[in-house]
Every structure is written in C-alpha cells, then in structure tokens.
Design a protein around this ligand. Structure first.
Ligand code: ZN
Ligand code: ZN
Length: 373
C-alpha cells in the first residue's frame, strides 16, 4: 500500500495513550477493498465503551475510537453489492456474517464479537490508516473507527437509511440506542399489558423506555438519582420516575408503581446491589435484563435458591440482541410514526469538542453527545 493514489486525506481523533486525550490529527486512509465501504462521516455519537477503551480496556494503540457513526458512502470495494456512492448509512457493530449465531440472525452473539470489535480487526488486503508521520494507526474499532471526517466500514455493518431524517443524528442508533431499545423489544420481548422497571436513566435506559413504549408496554418505571433525567423520563412516557436515594424501601416503591411487581426489569448500571433490587422487584417468572458493564470481579447478587424459588431469569444482553440491518430500519419507522423520539436524548457538539463531549458523557452532563461535522 505504498501508492499514494490509494489514499484519501482525512482528519481523525487519535488515542495514543491510555487515559487520552484524543488528538484530532491529519491522517490518510486507504481506499476500500473487498466488502469495505468508505464513509464521509456526518455525525458520530459518544458511547461509554469509547470511554472504557480510552481508559484501559485493552485495544491496540494508537487507535481511532468511535462506533456510532453515520454518513454518506463515498466509495465501495469490488465485492459490495447493496451500497453505492451517495447512499446514507448508519454504522453499527462488526460481525463475521457466517458463524451459527450470525446465520441465525443474532450477530451480537457473533463468535468473533470481541476480536472484530475491539481493535483486532484488519482491513482487507492490508489497507491502512496512516498518521502525519506515515505510521500506522489501528482502525476498524467496531468495524468503523468513526471519530473522524471519514471512516472505512464493511457492507455488513453499514445500514442504509432514508433521506427524510437528519443523518448527522442517526449514529447512536448503531449502538447505544439499539442496545436499550433492543433490550426491551428483542431480549425481554416486552409488549402490551406488561411492565418494565429500568435501573438507570442514561442513554441506554431511556432508549429502553422509548422502545418499551413504542411496542405498547403498559407501565414503565425509571429508577434514576438525577432529577433532570427523571423529569425527561416522565416526558418520554415513563409512568413513574423514582429517586433511589429518596425511597426508604425502593423495592416496595417499584412494586407499588407496577401494581405488585414488574414483569420485566433492566439493569444498565452493572452494580450488584442494583441488580439485587431488580431481582427483588420482578414478579415470579419474570426476566431481569442486564446491559451494564460490571466490574471484573462483581458477583451475582442472589442465591441459586432466590432465583429458583422465583423462577426469575437473568438475561445478559449485548447490543440489544439486534440484527442492525433489520432493527435500525424498524426503529426509524417508529420514529417516523412519532413513537420513538430518540433525538430528545441527543446533545450536539462540534468534532473539535470531542474531549469535552467525552467528559460530558463521563460526568453525566449529556445523555447522548453527538459530534456533528
Ligand atoms: Zn457503544
Ligand atoms: Zn459471526
């Protein structure tokens, strides 16, 4: 890949050391080959996984993070059949496309999920991203590395969308919003007459609320210490928003709010005591979904007898068990019908404010920052 004609010039936010900061630098990106697509990024969301990887979850350095990109196709590799230059796409997570789980429509359980998404994936035919000094920078984080003006993704994780929606705001549908809404709709299978207790009113928790309401869930209770987020939860259709620090008996309050107990609950915190409350407020036969990233040594906060006597199912969920090529268009249809106002979760930042946007995510000052180009 020494022929300069094979590269385009771009800007990307490069992480060079654990803890950051991310530096916006000029880079050169080799043109797409095989099943790859080159995207001009319109917007990219910031997700907690970007922070976790900045702060030491093992990824090869230097690297371009970013995994909630959206934009316009500029060029495609010779094997791409479903996309062409000018198409508008949302980028989602990477998957192999041919293992048993991918084949059965569950790419979030792809047997190659970790290596393909956390920086081990390589470009087709030795394609590269080079920094200003000509040194290689790891790309293909979540099959996209979209903290930049341009990114190379694959046909399998680039989801074509219509031109009737604001493209720059659609990227979070590829991860955080899909994770929350998919947890409620796909994994918990919530529906009319059922109730959901959501622990945590951040981007994933409120997306679960939107998803549950879109499919007609009856009562949705959001448990969240931040008053502004509780107020937003009520505006977005929660039947109750409870402050866990203000309730003397939180489990009793959730049971009262759900008419005796929730048919389903969802933890977005990864904290064992919170998951303990989720198990306690769920009706016998119910399911507790778990999407929060726990500490490596966090135990399951229940005895086997607790689980058996209540027949409660614990359900760890990755990426909302979504097949992005099917689920993202479904969420956009809900949005068009006025049933999925995900844009209410978004705060816009300029690309050069990227470290500020990451900080706002960390501090909980913004629910879902999106860097707009
Ligand atoms: Zn994410
Ligand atoms: Zn697979």
């Amino acid at each position: 890949m020494n022929d300069t004609q094979d590269f385009i010039s771009a800007q990307a936010a490069v992480l060079r050391q654990v803890g950051g900061p991310l530096a916006v630098e000029p880079v050169r990106i080799s043109m797409p080959k095989g099943d790859e697509v080159l995207i001009r990024i319109a917007g990219v969301g910031v997700c907690h996984t970007d922070l976790v990887c900045r702060d030491g979850f093992p990824v090869p350095l230097p690297i371009v993070l970013g995994h909630e990109g959206s934009g316009t196709v500029e060029a495609v590799g010779e094997q791409v059949r479903t996309l062409k230059p000018g198409d508008r796409v949302v980028l989602s997570f990477n998957s192999c496309g041919h293992c048993g789980n991918c084949h059965d429509g569950h790419p979030s359980n792809c047997l190659q999920m970790l290596p393909l998404n956390f920086g081990g994936a390589q470009r087709v035919d030795g394609g590269q991203v080079l920094d200003g000094a000509g040194h290689p920078v790891q790309s293909m984080f979540f099959g996209q590395s979209s903290f930049g003006t341009h990114a190379v993704a694959r046909e399998i994780n680039a989801v074509k969308v219509g031109d009737d929606l604001p493209l720059e705001l659609l990227g979070p549908l590829g991860c955080g919003i899909q994770t929350g809404a998919g947890a409620a709709i796909n994994s918990l299978g919530i529906g009319p007459g059922q109730s959901l207790a959501i622990f945590g009113g951040g981007g994933v928790g409120l997306s679960a609320l939107l998803g549950a309401r879109a499919v007609g869930a009856d009562r949705v209770v959001v448990i969240e210490p931040n008053a502004a987020r509780r107020a937003l939860a009520l505006e977005l259709g929660a039947s109750h928003a409870l402050d866990p620090h203000a309730e003397g008996d939180l489990v009793a309050a959730i049971k009262a709010a759900t008419g005796g107990g929730a048919t389903h609950s969802l933890d977005t915190t990864g904290l064992p005591p919170v998951i303990g409350s989720a198990i306690a407020c769920t009706l016998p036969g119910g399911t507790v979904g778990m999407v929060g990233l726990p500490a490596p040594d966090a135990p399951v906060p229940a005895t086997l007898l607790d689980l058996l006597s209540k027949s409660v199912t614990l359900r760890p969920i990755t990426e909302g068990d979504a097949d992005p090529q099917r689920f993202i268009p479904r969420l956009l249809d809900f949005h068009r019908a006025g049933k999925f106002p995900f844009d209410r979760l978004i705060t816009r930042y300029r690309f050069d404010q990227i470290n500020e946007a990451l900080h706002a995510t960390e501090k909980g000052e913004a629910i879902k920052p999106v860097l707009v180009f």
